[in-house]
Structures are given as structure tokens and as C-alpha cells.
Ligand binder design. Structure first.
Ligand SMILES: NC(=O)c1ccc[n+]([C@@H]2O[C@H](COP(=O)([O-])OP(=O)(O)OC[C@H]3O[C@@H](n4cnc5c(N)ncnc54)[C@H](OP(=O)(O)O)[C@@H]3O)[C@@H](O)[C@H]2O)c1
Length: 249
């Protein structure tokens, strides 16, 4: 339990697995009321059971953020259910890695829509209430791929550089309203993210690399997010770039 997080209302997107799931648990453990969003309802229900064991009754939001109205809808539903939204964790994302020359642009378009445009839409939706109450925190999950670019990662990096740029511009627009914006940039984390890579060779290479080092665990990233949102009101952690100790780039 953390007194600065206790009873604050947090909405976590991409909460059905990986970093989002760990963040929902960590925020609930710190005393937050949580709304959990993703497409896989059964995974969210399983998480809801674990959150109830922590004494929190979560709001479960089954939602496909590729539907352009869903980002606004889940923010509105959270505000309607809990009365307000204090902490928005924009975590939902996909990573399609392949060389530009072979890229499936339809998939890349959906990656950019989810990783960037839906994050912009949920941030915009949260601003009205946060501005009115002069209180709020938006945490955007980017990546080391939003700070350095590598081959096979052009589309993903375009999305995550987009998140980093958006977050800093947003911070400078809203800081006078006492709204904080933090961006989290993890290196390799042991989650399901890599399972959706369509390019067999790239997938094999990155999985072999992941197996060769001690990856971050989702809980490590969740701890960084809790650290951001549990600071005193005058402290804004703008950015956390974190890698496995064993990761060079
Ligand atoms: N793993 C890493 O190495 C790493 C490193 C740096 C940054 N990140 C970032 O961390 C974030 C979380 O990823 P993760 O590693 O925890 O992977 P993950 O376990 O695959 O989680 C991705 C989450 O996004 C949700 N999602 C995917 N498509 C969606 C859609 N159309 N609508 C709504 N939700 C959707 C998934 O839920 P459903 O499938 O149930 O919808 C899932 O909960 C991502 O933004 C990723 O880019 C990951």
C-alpha cells in the first residue's frame, strides 16, 4: 500500500498479459482502484479474480482499441464507474518486426493505429477530467526502440519514437494544469509480444537473442510505473529508459 496511490483510479490498457497485467496487480497492491482493458475477456476475468484477492473490485473493459471510438469509450466508462480517472497507463501495443522491403503495410498500419493513434485518443479523452480537477498522470509505455533504431524495427520504431515525441509535447502542454506525463522505455521484457512477429527469420533471431540474456520481467516495468505515479505532486518523472543488465543496445 502506498499512501499517494491508495484510492486513486487507474486505467491500464493491454492488461490481459505481460506488462499491463503486472502493472494492474502492482497498482492494486499499492491501493489503486483499477480498470483493466484488452480484447481477451477471459484473461481479464482471470486477472480480475487476482485483483479481488488483493481487495480491489476492478472494472473489466473488453475492448479492441483498433476501433477508433474505443479509446474514448474506455476512459468514459472508467470515469462513469469510479467517478474520475487519475492515472492512465497507455500500455497496449504490438510489435511487428520485419525489413521495410518485405513489410506487410496493412499490419504496420494497424501497429501505428494501436501503438500511437489509440494512445493519443485515450490521452485526449482523459485530459478533460484531469484538467478540470487539476490532477492526473498519463504514463505511456514506449520502448528502447523509441530511442534507438535497429534494422527490422523500422515500423515499430516509427511507432515508439512517435510515442516519445507525443509524450514530451503533451507534457509541455499540460504541466500548467498539474497533469504529469511519464514515458517508460523498456528494453527486452519476457512477455508474449514477440509471439506475433510474422517474419520467421526475424522471430527466430530475436527469440535466440532473448534466450541468451536475462530479460526484464513484466514486474520490473510495473515497479517503474508505480515509482512514477507514487512521487509527490511536485515531482514529474518524465522518462525511464531501462534495459536488462545484459542488453547492450
Ligand atoms: N516485451 C518487450 O520486450 C517490450 C519492450 C519495450 C516495450 N514494450 C511495450 O510494452 C507494451 C506491452 O507489451 P507486452 O510486452 O506486455 O506484450 P503483451 O503481453 O503482448 O501485451 C500486449 C497487450 O496489448 C493488448 N492489445 C493488443 N492488441 C490490442 C488491441 N487491438 N486492442 C486492445 N488491446 C490490445 C493485448 O491484449 P489483447 O490481445 O487481449 O487485446 C495485451 O494485453 C507494448 O506497448 C510494447 O510495445 C514491450
Amino acid at each position: 500500500m502506498h499512501h499517494r496511490v491508495k484510492d486513486r483510479v487507474a486505467l491500464i490498457t493491454g492488461a490481459s498479459s505481460g506488462i499491463g497485467e503486472a502493472t494492474a496487480l502492482a497498482l492494486a497492491e499499492a491501493g489503486a482502484k483499477v480498470a483493466i482493458a484488452a480484447r481477451r475477456g477471459e484473461r481479464l476475468q482471470a486477472l480480475a479474480g487476482r485483483l479481488r484477492e488483493l481487495g480491489q473490485e476492478p472494472l473489466v473493459l473488453v475492448s479492441d482499441l483498433l476501433d477508433e471510438h474505443e479509446a474514448q469509450r474506455i476512459v468514459a466508462d472508467t470515469e462513469a464507474h469510479f467517478g474520475q480517472l487519475d492515472i492512465l497507463v497507455n500500455n497496449a501495443g504490438v510489435m511487428y518486426l520485419e525489413p521495410v522491403a518485405e513489410a506487410d503495410l496493412g499490419r504496420w498500419r494497424r501497429m501505428l493505429e494501436l501503438n500511437v493513434l489509440s494512445l493519443i485518443a485515450s490521452s485526449q479523452a482523459a485530459l478533460a477530467g484531469m484538467t478540470k480537477r487539476r490532477d492526473g498522470h498519463i504514463v505511456n509505455v514506449a520502448s528502447t526502440a523509441g530511442r534507438i533504431a535497429n534494422p527490422n524495427s523500422a515500423g515499430y520504431s516509427a511507432s515508439k519514437f512517435g510515442v516519445v515525441g507525443f509524450s514530451e509535447a503533451l507534457r509541455r502542454e499540460v504541466y500548467q494544469h498539474n497533469i504529469r506525463v511519464s514515458v517508460i522505455e523498456p528494453g527486452l521484457v519476457a512477455t508474449e509480444l514477440r509471439e506475433h512477429i510474422g517474419h520467421a527469420e526475424v522471430k527466430k533471431t530475436i527469440n535466440a537473442w532473448a534466450d541468451s540474456l536475462r530479460q526484464l520481467q513484466p514486474e520490473d516495468v510495473a515497479h517503474a510505473i508505480v515509482f512514477c505515479v507514487s512521487q509527490p505532486a511536485h515531482v514529474n518523472i518524465n522518462e525511464i529508459l531501462m534495459r536488462p543488465t545484459d542488453q547492450e543496445r
